[in-house]
Design a protein around this ligand. Structure first.
Ligand SMILES: [Zn+2]
Length: 344
């Protein structure tokens, strides 16, 4: 077996995946045409060409408007898992969803969560891929909106919702992760795990990553690349055991970092930080989980030990219960052992 094939076949747990971004490209274009939704482009190749995060978010936010029913969400979620199983040997995934982005189409919170979980249950039964749902607040809206979202989530009490996170950017164009401290404190008290998008964009500081970790009581950080800008902050992240859900292709397309040994993910790995790999927005960045692993193994030049570390980090950082984690550990160990034995 070639190293490329090994990278494709290793068992994978994905933790930073915006579910709308797993829509099949043709389905996005078809639904947009049928349903009269204006996308910024109808050119599939142009979908993965952006002039920065704000430009990408215009496409991402517009994509929410093609959904009409809970069944649409179920279908997209199901197909997204099916495709990732086929391309990347996906074994577990946490799906981030921003319910406030669906409300203009008339979706109640229960429609969003129940549609999504119906599709994910079907995929779990068919492919054995476990899942959790991370509900994301919309940073472009105000604290009262985020509080109402959390109230709704807690009132529904769906067991599939395991985490609370963030989506979009603040209206200022900044990350402003700690603006949401009150709602995160309530999410923590209610037993939800916490993650936040921070340290991603050019204006983010290294210190902002640690501030978000401390102030929001995070369990994981989505992105976090700018922690590398300050040695002291890297040490702080190591001391705290910060877990980073990183996405090489997304960082390349939105921030221009090359997909080689100079990429922040490569530097984070060399610094010994705890990172796991995800796609972020698979369809919009024309990537797959296997492609992300390929960039680490081939583009960045890391060998099978580091790849195995990444696979296992996804399991350890998951917001699943401990019996699920133990089951995943055993399954991953068996598969990794067998695959390494086949490696040329
Ligand atoms: Zn993201």
């Amino acid at each position: 077996m070639s190293y490329r094939e090994f990278l494709h076949r290793v068992p994978k747990a994905e933790l930073h995946c915006h579910v709308v971004s797993t829509i099949r490209p043709q389905r996005l274009l078809d639904w947009a045409a049928e349903r009269g939704v204006a996308l910024p482009t109808r050119d599939l190749a142009a979908l993965s060409t952006y002039r920065g995060l704000a430009d990408f978010l215009a496409v991402f936010n517009a994509a929410h408007a093609v959904f009409r029913t809970p069944q649409d969400l179920a279908l997209v979620a199901y197909e997204g898992v099916a495709d990732a199983v086929a391309s990347s040997n996906l074994r577990y995934r946490e799906h981030t969803v921003n319910p406030d982005a669906f409300s203009p189409q008339g979706f109640a919170l229960a429609d969003v969560l129940d549609g999504l979980t119906a599709g994910l249950r079907r995929a779990e039964e068919e492919f054995g891929v476990g899942f959790g749902v991370v509900v994301a607040l919309q940073r472009g809206r105000d604290l009262a909106t985020a509080e109402a979202l959390l109230d709704g989530v807690l009132a529904l009490g769906r067991p599939e919702v395991v985490g609370f996170g963030q989506d979009d950017l603040a209206a200022s164009g900044l990350e402003a992760a700690t603006d949401w401290a009150p709602v995160y404190a309530r999410a923590a008290a209610a037993g939800l795990r916490r993650t936040a998008h921070v340290g991603e964009i050019a204006t983010a500081s290294a210190a902002s990553v640690l501030q978000a970790w401390d102030v929001l009581g995070l369990d994981r950080v989505d992105h976090g690349y700018h922690v590398l800008d300050d040695e002291e902050c890297v040490r702080g992240a190591l001391e705290r055991g910060v877990r980073f859900d990183v996405t090489p292709v997304s960082a390349h397309l939105l921030s221009g970092w090359p997909l080689d040994a100079a990429h922040p993910v490569a530097r984070m790995l060399r610094a010994g930080l705890d990172v796991n790999l995800s796609t972020d927005d698979e369809t919009f960045f024309a990537t797959s989980l296997a492609t992300e692993y390929e960039h680490v193994g081939l583009g960045m030049g890391f060998g099978p030990d580091v790849v195995e570390r990444l696979c296992r980090a996804g399991v350890e950082a998951a917001f699943c219960d401990e019996s699920t984690r133990e089951h995943l550990r055993e399954a991953f160990s068996a598969q990794l052992h067998a695959l390494r034995g086949e490696l040329l």
